[in-house]
Design a protein around this ligand. Structure first.
Ligand code: AMP
Length: 464
């Protein structure tokens, strides 16, 4: 029998018959690799983007276990946004068409609580929702998870990016320890490893594409004549390749600031990161780079160490580092999560140093030709997001769900236009799609969070 056919699995007849009617015959790669373990009841961590068929992978798993006679919440699927939750609930309903009387409920923020409480009173088998709202229902006692047997975290990396970690901890704390936990994520930063270590038991790892190998990094070297030539070379590379996020390495603190200032003067959204910054400036810089509202970070090796970012498009060595290990470490920050990375190095060094570096990295280093100066006329690519700073944080009890709710409420913006949300003691930062930032700013300024008005401003907002 074909091992990627759904018929190779032992699914209940009401599920398998329906799959055939939906025209699902062959499993997608993520389904073929994860479903046998999911159906065996194991905890699974899987790399799954939208469109990979991940919803059916976990959906079939939780439906196979479901006991319809028992009207209580048996599965919970947590999603970062309302759009995704709606999409997931829709797909689970399709998969469950052959099971009579099944109750699937979505519980998301941004809409009134009352009707949701009403629906919960009728009972549900499967809940799909966003963490903030689920936490609210648990706090009110309108939802209990005592009978839960399956927890799914969908787009877990996005949920953590949006600051839902504290809500997740509260929610997981209120469900049975004996359960199956499935985690789907497009990327695997350290924060994902940490949470899976806490809430999962011996998870099986399913990766459809390799997340990191040095072949996925394109290394190129460019010889420059002097410091002016170095800055021009940097601009040429940034304009030619338009990377969305670039880490530029300098060997000194002073130089990071000089290079960042020069790039800003040329219209790039760039900031310097070095050890002399105040903690607050450092946080703000990291926040803006991580949430994609700054495209270029100019840093020293020491300052870049604290940076937990997995998806850099390019690393540029403004100077060749002093030793090959540092070079390898620096360029290893790009080309992760199955994406192709660029590593460009500018050098002026004596040939023998380049030969030594070449020996250490196993290739001959030759200078390539820089992009033509005509690219200097190209407009500078702007980052996709902008950051709004809110003058309230943990101490004012501002939570990610409050911000998301205020932004996406009536006449608001769509959940997918909201990026990373980070909450500090007295400040919160939210990334917004650049094209709707003015609407978002108005929503937050005019609306209230926790019944209060907070000062809100757009960061790094000089004219584009
Ligand atoms: P997802 O990645 O879960 O958003 O699913 C992407 C789309 O693929 C959905 O519209 C599913 O209905 C569809 N789909 C999922 N699995 C299969 C399959 N094995 N065969 C055909 N279509 C599928």
């Amino acid at each position: 029998m074909n091992s990627t056919a759904f018929s190779s699995l032992t699914l209940h007849a009401d599920l398998s018959g329906n799959l055939a009617s939906l025209g699902y015959e062959e499993m997608t790669p993520i389904q073929a690799q994860s479903l046998p373990d999911i159906l065996a009841g194991k905890d699974v961590i899987a790399q799954g983007k939208t469109g990979s068929g991940k919803t059916a992978a976990f959906g079939l798993g939780l439906l196979q276990k479901l006991d319809v006679q028992h009207l209580c919440v048996q599965s919970l699927v947590l999603c970062p946004t309302r759009e995704l939750a709606d999409q997931v609930a829709k797909e689970i309903r399709r998969l469950a068409r052959g099971i009579p009387n099944i109750k699937i409920l979505t519980l998301c923020g941004g809409v009134p609580l009352g009707p949701q409480i009403g629906s919960l009173e009728y009972g549900a088998h499967i809940i799909v929702g966003t963490p903030g709202r689920i936490e609210d229902h648990l706090a009110k006692g309108t939802l209990t998870l005592n009978s839960l047997n399956t927890l799914v975290l969908d787009e877990a990396d996005r949920m953590l990016d949006m600051g839902f970690q504290p809500s997740l901890d509260v929610i997981v704390g209120q469900m049975p320890k004996k359960r199956q936990t499935l985690l789907f994520s497009a990327t695997f930063p350290d924060a994902i490893k940490a949470i899976s270590g806490r809430i999962m038991r011996n998870p099986v790892l399913v990766q459809v594409a390799s997340t990191h190998d040095s072949n996925s990094i394109e290394q190129r070297f460019f010889r420059v004549e002097d410091d002016a030539g170095r800055l021009t070379a940097l601009r040429l590379l940034l304009l030619e390749y338009s990377p969305e996020s670039t880490l530029v390495f300098c060997n000194t603190k002073v130089e990071t600031q000089e290079v960042a200032d020069a790039l800003v003067a040329y219209g790039f959204k760039a900031l310097a990161l070095h050890g002399d910054l105040e903690q607050r400036d450092r946080d703000q810089t990291m926040v803006q780079f991580a949430n994609r509202s700054i495209s270029i970070l100019v840093a020293t090796d020491v300052a870049a160490r604290g940076l937990d970012i997995d998806t850099l498009d390019a690393v540029i060595n403004y100077h060749i580092p002093h030793d090959p290990e540092t070079y390898i470490h620096r360029i290893g920050r790009t080309g992760r999560a199955g994406c192709k990375g660029m590593a460009f190095s500018l050098y002026q060094e004596h040939p023998y140093r380049m030969i030594m570096l070449g020996d250490s990295i196993g290739r001959k280093i030759e200078s390539e030709t820089l992009p033509s100066v005509s690219v200097l006329n190209k407009p500078v690519m702007q980052p996709p997001m902008a950051t709004l700073q809110i003058g309230g944080g943990k101490k004012q009890k501002v939570r990610p769900g409050d911000i998301l709710g205020a932004l996406t409420g009536e006449n608001g913006i769509a959940g997918k236009q909201v990026g990373k949300i980070q909450i500090f003691d007295n400040w919160a930062y939210v990334a917004i799609s650049r094209d709707v930032v003015k609407v978002a700013l108005r929503k937050l300024t005019e609306g209230k969070l926790k019944g209060r008005s907070f000062r809100v401003r757009q960061m790094f907002s000089w004219p584009d």
